[in-house]
Design a protein around this ligand. Structure first.
Ligand SMILES: C[S@@+](CC[C@H](N)C(=O)[O-])C[C@H]1O[C@@H](n2cnc3c(N)ncnc32)[C@H](O)[C@@H]1O
Length: 310
């Protein structure tokens, strides 16, 4: 099995973290440790906490970080638990946190994990293999309404209603067990004329199911304020996203944390007592250069936003 994950927006993210050699940093999505390796290279007495919910990723990351493991603590967990993870390590404030959201090339390459619509595999899509709930449960147990909702909301798929109906019809005879059975149903639901153009017809539905299985958007949304509050003054939170739903969450969360008053505009004086928690380092997201997109097409839709604790 090949594990080739090219880190996206690497220089920009590392510069964005503003690394101090004695600082404490967290990579909440360690993956193949491409970003983490560049972080630890810049540390002397500092420390890196690398979190991933995928045990296979941690194995690989340990190898990549080999020469620097004395400065690294690798943790198998969900970054949503960052506060508890850090307090177990007696850490209460950090100098920078990086998130590089989404699925890794490794996870896509490992056919049996069911992330890819190109190869036959059980319907799985769990990033954390210790979790029970999988894509099989979504596809075979969700009501037609719920299927439509997630495919529409998380896949932004205009044929969500038909796809949901075809899935429910398809599973009446027998459960839908594999990725390619699901792909065949999606293809039937999308009119041929539409399906012959543009990206793979199952792309958006697979994205939606993956987001649902791993609760990706809720986890991201809930974690941003917690992460900001764990930063020392001047500490940076850098978040790389891959689609508009994720970027919107980061943008709106940063906007709210950047405000020092959330009272309705009609109130004559402020009564909310809210204090501004961060300042925005990036008003517009940083996007990859043409060179990066040419050498790593996966980077095409990536966006980096950076905030600093005040
Ligand atoms: C895009 S990859 C990160 C790649 C990494 N930056 C690199 O350069 O190799 C995303 C990784 O984050 C992990 N991940 C996604 N959501 C997570 C979460 N909520 N908690 C912990 N790990 C998560 C995935 O398992 C995957 O390994």
């Amino acid at each position: 099995m090949k594990f080739e994950h090219i880190p996206v927006l690497l220089d920009e993210a590392i510069k964005g973290l503003n690394i101090k050699e004695d600082g404490i940093y967290v990579d909440g999505t360690l993956g193949g440790a491409g970003h983490s390796l560049e972080i630890v290279k810049r540390l002397t007495s500092g420390k890196l906490i690398g979190i991933d919910q995928d045990k296979d990723a941690l194995k690989k990351a340990r190898k990549v970080l080999g020469d620097h493991l004395d400065k690294v603590q690798v943790v198998h967990d969900n970054y949503r638990n960052i506060r508890d993870i850090l307090s177990r390590l007696n850490i209460y404030r950090v100098d920078g946190i990086l998130l590089d959201i989404g699925v890794s090339s490794h996870q896509l390459d490992e056919k049996e994990r069911g992330f890819s619509y190109h190869s036959q595999a059980p319907l799985d899509m769990r990033m954390d293999k210790t979790q029970d709930f999988s894509a099989w449960d979504v596809v075979n147990k969700y009501s037609e309404k719920d299927l439509e909702r997630i495919i529409w909301d998380y896949g932004e798929e205009r044929w969500a209603k038909r796809i949901a109906r075809f899935i429910v019809d398809g599973r009446r005879e027998k459960p839908i067990d594999t990725t390619l059975e699901l792909v065949a149903i999606i293809k039937k639901a999308i009119p041929k004329k539409v399906r012959m153009k543009g990206p793979h017809p199952a792309r958006q539905t697979f994205q939606a199911i993956r987001i649902e299985v791993n609760e990706e958007l809720d986890v991201l949304k809930g974690s941003i304020p917690i992460m900001c509050r764990l930063l020392n003054k001047g500490g940076r939170l850098c978040i790389i996203t891959f689609h508009s739903l994720e970027d919107r969450i980061v943008k709106n969360s940063f906007r709210d944390l950047n405000r020092d008053c959330v009272c309705p505009p009609e109130l004559p004086i402020c009564s909310c007592d809210k204090e501004r928690e961060i300042k925005l380092i990036t008003r517009k997201p940083i996007v990859p250069t043409k060179d990066e997109i040419d050498s790593n097409p996966r980077s095409r839709s990536s966006k980096l936003r950076i905030a600093e604790r005040v």
